[in-house]
Design a protein around this ligand. Structure first.
Ligand code: SF4
Ligand code: SF4
Length: 346
């Protein structure tokens, strides 16, 4: 959904000010690299199983295999925990990617391990809700989950109506033994579910609402999505770290190591050649230059509409001026520190 021009400009200003020269260096002394990670990474997105029980038409899982059950190797998992411990990670950890996190029976144990390694982090799960019930929800809350984003998928073949959405939402509420309140109904039904310990939102979706919400083309994989002509910056590579189930480090959430079309964008595998969370974040330096400002984007970014900021004179000028590492920008960065350094909650 399109953001307002003011919101876009504020995002460009904030993110531009948060770009520092070290973001473009692959080799940094370990202590500075740890500091950089701690200061700038606000989202670690992972999956610890490959499996998803669905093959939604608008998802690359409709043609890439995610029905085979495979789990993250233990050495990779331990390396991820060690990385979070080393940086005393205090951002968000989200189970998402292209698997169904709650299909993995051991997920509650993994969440507890994350909370032990990084007690100040926030744990979130994006789920299709198929495995959830009242008891499972309590186990997730006990383990330390702060937020659940549920996407309830309804049949593509039926027309998307409020009646269908209400029925699907009602079934979920019954299963969870919870109540809540409507957030919005158009173009998609969204419902806030009230739980004492977890923030829960349910979105009832199908291909109709996904297209209405400007579905992303997932790095060129989804043909029914709009093909944007990407010109605006993308700040994901400055503040996110994305790891697939086999430990593959990806430049962003849009691309996937199991697509032959994205093989070349895999940055490495956690555990291979000493790659860990901190060095993986440094590796993203190779992606940052073209994405730090306005201009033509290439490869998987060329048609990406994710956080595609408006190409206005104000935004282009702000992006250009505020990414220059000169004395006035340094002073502004210092002055605005308490605002720009606040990590986004996901
Ligand atoms: S959209 Fe979600 S539920 Fe559907 S196939 Fe993809 S990962 Fe699975
Ligand atoms: S522009 Fe899109 S594909 Fe490129 S890094 Fe950003 S989110 Fe990923």
């Amino acid at each position: 959904m399109r953001r307002s021009s003011v919101t876009d400009t504020l995002a460009v200003v904030k993110n531009s000010l948060r770009i520092v020269p070290e973001h473009f260096e692959v080799d940094l002394p370990r202590s500075r690299a740890v500091q950089l990670f701690k200061e700038f990474v606000e989202l670690i997105e992972i999956e610890t199983t490959a499996y998803c029980n669905r093959t939604c038409s608008f998802c690359p899982n409709s043609f890439l295999d995610r029905r085979t059950i495979r789990f993250m190797p233990d050495d990779t998992w331990q390396a991820i925990l060690a990385g979070m411990r080393e940086v005393d990670y205090d951002g968000t950890v989200v189970w998402s990617r292209y698997s169904e996190p709650t299909s993995e029976k051991g997920i509650t144990e993994r969440i507890k391990q994350v909370k032990e390694a990084a007690p100040n982090c926030r744990v979130c799960i994006n789920t299709n809700g198929d495995y959830l019930n009242a008891g499972y929800l309590e186990q997730l809350a006990d383990a330390g989950v702060s937020r659940l984003w549920i996407d309830t998928y309804v049949d593509d073949m039926k027309e998307y109506t409020r009646e269908i959405a209400e029925k699907a939402n009602g079934k979920l509420l019954k299963r969870l033994k919870l109540e809540g309140e409507l957030v919005e109904s158009n173009p998609e039904y969204a419902y806030h579910i009230i739980h004492p310990r977890i923030e829960i939102t349910n979105h009832v979706r199908n291909v109709v609402t996904m297209i209405a919400n400007d579905l992303s083309d997932r790095g060129g994989l989804i043909s029914i999505a709009r093909k944007a002509i990407r010109n605006s910056p993308c700040y994901a590579v400055f503040k996110h770290l994305v790891v697939d189930w086999d430990g593959s480090v990806m430049p962003c959430c849009q691309v996937r190591s199991d697509s032959p079309k994205h093989k070349d964008v895999v940055l490495g595998r956690i555990g291979d050649g000493g790659l860990d969370l901190v060095t993986a974040y440094l590796q993203l330096a190779t992606w940052r230059e073209p994405l730090s400002s306005y201009g033509e984007k290439l490869g998987v970014c060329s048609t990406c509409n994710v956080s595609d900021y408006q190409t206005s004179l104000v935004n282009i000028t702000a992006s250009k001026l505020l990414t220059a590492n000169n004395a006035p920008v340094k002073a502004l960065r210092k002055f605005a520190g308490s605002i720009i350094n606040k990590k986004q909650r996901y």
